[in-house]
Design a protein around this ligand. Structure first.
Ligand code: 2P0
Length: 331
């Protein structure tokens, strides 16, 4: 094969993963419920690089430290050896790019590690089951366990892999707006932010205990496609995550003044009867759950908030797409 290209989407948590039961291998302490952002894409291409001394990984044209990816690459390479691939040791060039800001709290690690895992599985023709791909992607980044699927996913506390709950067709009228307030990389990575929260926030244990209750209620709201019930649960999840993390020492605080202004604007929009339930992750961007009916009115209002630089709008879905180029020009 000449190249494998995989497209994936970031996984937006409606109910949040924040904290690890097991450090190093990303076993989550809190269960998460998420949806794939169909219109935001990560595109990753794998080719052979036989003259290179080792693998290389670039994102947006910038060479990355290989050790960030070695857990996933080494695991899949071992599988390639075990399945008798004679090309398992040939160095690979991995080129990845995002249609949205990288490492800025828009879950680029979820779509990135999912794309890498699926691309290497395809490259070495391993055909691993989805749960196994999810397990391997998780070792790169916890949220990547969910991006392997797309649609609506669940990643239970203490679990090694995520699972698909519903396809995008389950609730196709949902829309997600991403209000970008800062395009720079985040000040504290999720990994460090979670660990700091776990080790120093007096509210961490309460967050973990409460998250168990929240996810059960949210699963039922999703099963009933009730945005009236899911919205408030989403809000409780992100604000309780933030509550525990800003109480860490030193605090883990991602919000900017514009983030707060968007949160207030969402409250006003809801007061006017529009669907606009916000959530936030490890960054200053605000993501807003809305519907096809209301998305344009919500977009217009949020665009007028001072400090909002761009708004991305996405449908739900984001299932991975694999393209194999066998080097045949087709002529
Ligand atoms: C989530 N986040 O559920 C939560 C909510 C951010 C806030 O998963 O350490 O990059 O690689 O497992 O997956 C972002 O953290 O963390 C994240 P690691 P990850 O989407």
């Amino acid at each position: 094969m000449a190249a494998v290209t995989v497209q994936t989407s970031p996984s937006l948590a409606l109910i949040k993963y924040w904290g690890k039961e097991t450090q190093g291998i990303n076993i989550p302490a809190t269960g998460s419920l998420a949806v794939g952002l169909h219109d935001l894409r990560t595109k990753t291409t794998v080719t052979a690089d036989p003259s290179a001394e080792c693998d290389s990984v670039s994102i947006g044209g910038t060479e990355q430290p290989l050790h960030h990816f070695s857990t996933v690459i080494d695991t899949l390479r071992e599988r390639a050896h075990a399945s008798g691939r004679t090309d398992a040791d040939t160095p690979l060039a991995v080129e990845s790019g995002n249609s949205f800001p990288t490492a800025a709290g828009i879950a680029s690690s979820s779509s990135g590690f999912a794309a890498l895992t699926i691309a290497l599985d395809a490259w070495w023709a391993l055909n691993l089951p989805a749960a196994e791909l999810s397990r391997i992607a998780r070792t790169g980044s916890g949220s990547a366990a969910r991006s392997v699927f797309g649609g609506f996913t669940r990643f239970q506390a203490g679990s090694e892999s995520a699972e698909a709950l519903y396809s995008a067709e389950w609730w196709p009228e949902l829309r997600i707006l991403v209000a970008i307030t800062d395009t720079g990389p985040k000040t504290v990575g999720s990994r460090d932010g979670m660990e700091r929260t776990r080790s120093s926030s007096p509210y961490y244990d309460a967050w973990v205990a409460d998250a168990r209750v929240l996810i059960g209620k949210a699963e039922r709201a999703l099963a009933d496609r009730s945005v009236e019930r899911l919205g408030p649960l989403m809000r409780e999840s992100y604000l309780r995550m933030v509550g525990s993390s800003i109480a860490a020492s030193p605090p883990v605080l991602y919000w900017l003044p514009a983030s707060v202004a968007v949160i207030r604007a969402c409250d006003e929009l809801r007061g006017e009867g529009l669907v606009a339930w916000e959530t936030m992750d490890a960054g200053p961007q605000v993501k807003i759950l809305s519907t096809a009916r209301d998305v344009e009115a919500v977009r217009e209002r949020i665009a007028s908030v001072a400090g909002v630089k761009t708004i991305l709008v996405s449908g739900v879905g984001g299932s991975p797409v694999v393209t194999r180029d066998n080097g045949d020009s087709g002529l």
